[in-house]
Design a protein around this ligand. Structure first.
Ligand SMILES: Cc1ncc(COP(=O)(O)O)c(C=O)c1O
Length: 255
C-alpha cells in the first residue's frame, strides 16, 4: 500500500544462521522498515540472542522501524524466544505481532494483536480500518480471556507440540528423509534429495496419491523459488492419532 520495495536476506540450511553482512548491505539510506519473523515459518528457526542483539543494533544505528512477527512466541522447543522489543532502544521503534491462532490453537479464528508505541499502533489501526475493519468480533472476548490464563497453559501447549514434533520428525527420518528438526513453530522441513528427488513441488503433488499425506513445497516461501526447490514443509499441529497414521503411511513411501 505504501509502495515499498522488498529486499530479502535468506536463511539457508545447514544452520540457518542470519547473514549479518548481507543484512547490513541490504539496508540503504532509503530503508524504512525491517520485517523479522522469529520463531520462523517455514524453517522453525529461533533467532539467537546474539543474532537479535546484532539486528537490534543495526536497526538503532540506521534508525529504522521494525515489525517483528512473533506469532510462534510460545511454541519454542529448543533455545529461548527473545522478544526483539526487549533489546536496548528497541521498544520505541518496534511493532510486535502475536496470534491467538498459534497461541491457543485456533488458526481459523484469525485473531491477532500488535504491541508497540501508541503512534505506531495507531498507524496499524488506520491501515486495518481500510482493509477488513474488524475480524471475528465474537471471538475477541474469548482471546482476551485466554490471555489471562496461567503459564501452565502455555507450557502444556509447548510440551504437547514437542512430543508431536518428535513423533512426526522420527517418522519422516524413518521414511528415509533428511529432516531439519525445528527449534520452534509447528513445522518440520525435509530435503527430498535424500530420497533421490529434486523437486519439492512435484514431490508434494505426488504425496497424497503415493501415501495419503499432504505437505507444502517450501519453494513457495522464497523470493527465488529455486533456493527452496528441494525443501518440503510438514505440519505437526494435528491430533496425535492423525500423526501416528501419517507416520505409518510415510513408512510406505520408499518401500
Ligand atoms: C509467521 C506467521 N505470521 C502470521 C501468521 C498468521 O497467523 P494467523 O492465521 O493467526 O493470523 C502465520 C500463519 O501461518 C505465520 O506463519
Amino acid at each position: 500500500m505504501a509502495g515499498g520495495q522488498l529486499r530479502v536476506v535468506t536463511l539457508r540450511q545447514p544452520g540457518l544462521a542470519v547473514d549479518l553482512d548481507a543484512l547490513a548491505a541490504a539496508i540503504t539510506p532509503r530503508t524504512r522498515l525491517l520485517l523479522l519473523n522469529t520463531p520462523h515459518n517455514p524453517t522453525g528457526k529461533v533467532f539467537t540472542r546474539d543474532e537479535l542483539t546484532a539486528i537490534a543494533e543495526l536497526a538503532v544505528a540506521r534508525d529504522i522501524l521494525v515489525v517483528t512477527d512473533e506469532v510462534y512466541e510460545h511454541l519454542v522447543f529448543e533455545g529461548v524466544h527473545h522478544p526483539l522489543a526487549g533489546f536496548p532502544d528497541m521498544a520505541e521503534r518496534t511493532l510486535t505481532i502475536s496470534s491467538a491462532g498459534k497461541t491457543f490453537s485456533c488458526t481459523g479464528w484469525k485473531i491477532g494483536w500488535v504491541c508497540g508505541p501508541a503512534d505506531l499502533v495507531a498507524a496499524v489501526r488506520t491501515a486495518k480500518q481500510f482493509l477488513t475493519f474488524v475480524n471475528g468480533a465474537p471471538f475477541q472476548p474469548a482471546v482476551a480471556l485466554g490471555l489471562g490464563l496461567g503459564d501452565d497453559v502455555y507450557d502444556d501447549l509447548r510440551d504437547g507440540l514437542r512430543a508431536k514434533r518428535d513423533l512426526l520428525c522420527d517418522g519422516l527420518a524413518a521414511a528415509g528423509l533428511e529432516v531439519f528438526v525445528p527449534q520452534g513453530t509447528y513445522f518440520a522441513t525435509v530435503d527430498v534429495r535424500s530420497v533421490g528427488e529434486e523437486d519439492g513441488a512435484a514431490f508434494c503433488r505426488s504425496l497424497p496419491e503415493r501415501c495419503g499425506v499432504v505437505a507444502i513445497p517450501s519453494s513457495v516461501f522464497y523470493e527465488d523459488p529455486a533456493t527452496g526447490r528441494s525443501l518440503v514443509r510438514f505440519a505437526f499441529c494435528k491430533q496425535t492419532d492423525v500423526l501416528e497414521q501419517a507416520v505409518e503411511r510415510l513408512a510406505t513411501l520408499t518401500g
